[in-house]
Every structure is written in structure tokens, then in C-alpha cells.
Design a protein around this ligand. Structure first.
Ligand SMILES: NC(=O)c1ccc[n+]([C@@H]2O[C@H](COP(=O)([O-])OP(=O)(O)OC[C@H]3O[C@@H](n4cnc5c(N)ncnc54)[C@H](O)[C@@H]3O)[C@@H](O)[C@H]2O)c1
Ligand SMILES: [Zn+2]
Length: 357
């Protein structure tokens, strides 16, 4: 068993991420009093006879996730099971799954009895390298993504990269988009390390995945500890998302979130080049070396309508003021936010997207 710990400071409660490449952490979880395990149905299917075989079956609720169940109704089976099996204030919830299960169970844990013990075991690349820290819980409401939510960190998070070996490619490479984003935010040293690991990440070598995820979380930690409640600095973590959200929406979510974020970073870099913040050489280097290798979308087969993209960016519910906001990277990997992005600039970089290579 190798255990590395990342401690996180929080205004709500301090917590930590433990990396464990064995099944040792499950022993800790079983011994928690009054515990209920809520487990993603696909994770249960692939791991019930292996890693998760030690769990007591009568304390397991298997949950089938979908974006649609991230709703008030989707919470009911979890509240009901928790109240039935552990009708006490010292009830504890352990959730094992990806970002959807995290959002649902985090919401339950933060509201049941006004807050119960919660341990999260992330099982997707996105949840391991990014969403497991930061304390956000979210539900979709009236067609808007993540409109309802709370800030509530788990008490503990356990990362075991063996779970990632059973993920479908599109889910895995969606998470990889966030991994790449965090490395770019982290700067040159992090990027250079990731460059050497690319072939092993494709092969999903557990120890390499573990190192890359550790770096990502460490980079994210710097931003969330400085701005836990998302008032400013944490905004930088939205690199690639200003365009990315719009591209997801104009394609009716046919491209995955993380892949849209990779395209969003390519487009943000193009704006940065046109504003003389990033040299063409650096932009090309980053695109060819680090963004394109992880891009699974064939740009020859996809055209984005620039008017629709501008409209989607204008409809972003988090937008302030009339112009659009954009996070960009400068030559030295310094990140900046501007609030004066013009529709013309959006159109220009989108038209250039299919010409670049
Ligand atoms: N709370 C936050 O801070 C935060 C941050 C980013 C994203 N999110 C949310 O996360 C969600 C996306 O999460 P995600 O990308 O982790 O995936 P997910 O939870 O949507 O799961 C995707 C699919 O993978 C399956 N799966 C999960 N783990 C598996 C495994 N180990 N093996 C095989 N299949 C597995 C699931 O059953 C599901 O079919 C979105 O709803 C998004 O809004 C939350
Ligand atoms: Zn994201």
C-alpha cells in the first residue's frame, strides 16, 4: 500500500485526499459506524467482485446515474435509504462514483440533519483529477446545469486509479481535458512532466495516472484554498470553459465536457495570440504537443456556427456586464481574465479553428 496525502484547508472543515493503490482504504471505510455506501451502478458492475468485494452488501445502495437524475427527485432514493438505515445524526455516507454521484451525494450529505460525515471515492478521471476537491455540490434545475448547490467538502477522499481502467474512452478523455487544463494552469514544469507521460496515460498505467492526478489536485488546491467560495481567483480554473460551455451547448452536448474544454483552450489561446499576449510559436507548441494529442474530435468533421456560439456565450448564466469574459494564458503561463471579449473576436477564432493544425 502506498499512501500519499494532500491536505486541504477549508472554511467549512479541513479535509484530505489520500492516494491508495491497494484496497487498504476500504478497511477504514467499513469500520465507520452507521455507514451507507452509495455506489454508481457501472462501478458496482465492474468492481463488485474485485476491489469492492469486501463491502457489506446490506449497507450498499446501487445508484444508476444520468445527467437527468442530478435533480431534486434524483435525491429521494438516497435520502430515503439514509433515513431508513441510519436514522441518527451520526449517520455516515460513503459515495463511490463519478462527478454525478459526487454532486448528488454531496448535496444529501450537506443537507441531511444539516450535515453528516461524508467520504468520497472518485472513480472517473474527471472526479479524481478535478471535481473531488473544491467542495461544490450541484443539481440541475429548470434545464440549467448546476443551478442549485451547496459548498460542502467530504471529510476524506480516497483516490485509487484502478477504477479508471474500466472507464469508457469518451468518459476517460473528457476527464483528461480537465487534467490537461490544470497542468497548463500549473505552468511549464507541470506541462513538461505531463508531456513525458502521454503514452502511459493512453495506456492507463495506474502509477502514471496517479502521479498526473496528484499534480492536478495540487495545482487546483492553490486556487480553491485562496478563494473557496468562488469570488475571484478560482475563476482561473474556468480556462477553456468560456468557449467550452458554448461548444457543448451548440452541439447539444454531443461533444463531451472535457473535449469541449480542450477546444475552448485552443480558441482562448488564439484570442491571446491576436491580442499579443501569447506568441504564435508558444501557441503552436502548446496546441501540437499537449492539446491535440488529447483531442479525440475530428475537426474536419465538425463545423461550429459562430453566431450560435456567440449567442450561447451571451446566454451564460454566470455572465456579468455586456461583453464576454475569457480566461487566457500568456507566454509565461500566467493566467489572466478579461471581461471585454467581443463577438467579432469569437467569430474570428472560430473561423480559424478548422485551418489550424
Ligand atoms: N462538483 C463539482 O465540483 C463538479 C466539477 C466538475 C463536474 N461536475 C459534474 O460531474 C459530472 C460529470 O462527471 P464524470 O465525468 O465524473 O462522470 P459521470 O459521473 O457522469 O459518469 C459517467 C459514466 O461513467 C460511469 N462510470 C463511473 N465510474 C466508472 C468506472 N470506474 N468504470 C466504468 N464506468 C464508470 C457512470 O456510470 C456513467 O455512466 C457532471 O454532472 C458535472 O456537472 C461536478
Ligand atoms: Zn469543467
Amino acid at each position: 500500500m502506498s499512501l500519499t496525502r494532500i491536505p486541504l484547508k477549508s472554511n467549512i472543515k479541513n479535509y484530505f485526499v489520500d492516494f491508495d493503490d491497494s484496497d487498504g482504504f476500504l478497511g477504514n471505510l467499513i469500520s465507520i459506524p452507521n455507514v451507507i455506501f452509495v455506489i454508481d451502478s457501472n462501478v458496482w458492475k465492474f468492481h463488485r467482485a474485485g476491489l469492492l468485494s469486501v463491502l457489506p452488501k446490506d449497507s450498499v445502495l446501487v445508484y444508476e446515474v444520468s445527467e437527468a437524475c442530478k435533480s431534486l427527485d434524483g435525491l429521494r432514493p438516497i435520502y430515503d435509504e439514509m433515513i431508513k438505515q441510519a436514522a441518527k445524526k451520526n449517520a455516515a455516507l460513503v459515495s463511490i462514483g463519478g462527478g454525478i454521484l459526487q454532486d448528488l451525494t454531496g448535496f444529501v450529505a450537506s443537507t441531511l440533519y444539516r450535515g453528516i460525515k461524508w467520504v468520497f471515492v472518485p472513480t472517473t478521471m474527471l472526479a479524481q483529477c478535478d471535481s473531488c476537491i473544491g467542495a461544490k455540490t450541484s443539481l440541475n434545475y429548470q434545464g440549467f446545469k448546476n443551478l442549485l448547490g451547496t459548498f460542502y467538502p467530504p471529510n476524506e477522499i480516497y483516490v485509487n486509479t484502478r477504477f479508471l481502467t474500466t472507464q469508457e474512452d469518451d468518459v476517460f478523455f473528457s476527464g483528461v481535458g480537465e487534467l490537461v487544463k490544470l497542468h497548463l494552469i500549473g505552468g511549464e514544469e507541470a506541462v513538461n512532466k505531463l508531456l513525458t507521460e502521454i503514452p502511459y496515460i493512453f495506456k492507463r498505467e495506474e502509477s502514471v495516472l496517479s502521479n498526473a492526478i496528484h499534480r492536478s489536485l495540487f495545482i487546483k488546491k492553490g486556487y480553491i484554498e485562496a478563494d473557496e467560495f468562488d469570488q475571484g481567483r478560482r475563476n482561473i480554473l474556468n480556462f477553456g470553459h468560456c468557449f467550452g460551455h458554448a461548444l457543448e451547448s451548440v452541439t447539444n452536448f454531443k461533444i463531451s465536457h472535457g473535449q469541449a474544454v480542450i477546444l475552448g483552450m485552443i480558441l482562448a489561446n488564439s484570442v491571446a495570440v491576436s491580442r499579443n499576449l501569447l506568441s504564435i510559436e508558444n501557441s503552436l507548441y502548446i496546441r501540437r504537443k499537449i492539446l491535440f494529442p488529447f483531442l479525440k474530435i475530428n475537426l474536419d468533421k465538425i463545423r461550429f456556427d459562430s453566431n450560435n456560439v456567440v449567442r450561447a456565450m451571451e446566454n451564460d448564466k454566470k455572465r456579468l456586464g455586456n461583453d464576454l469574459a475569457l480566461i487566457m494564458m500568456k507566454d509565461n503561463y500566467e493566467m489572466i481574465r478579461v471581461n471585454d471579449l467581443k463577438a467579432m473576436e469569437v467569430k474570428a477564432v472560430l473561423e480559424g479553428l478548422n485551418e489550424i493544425n
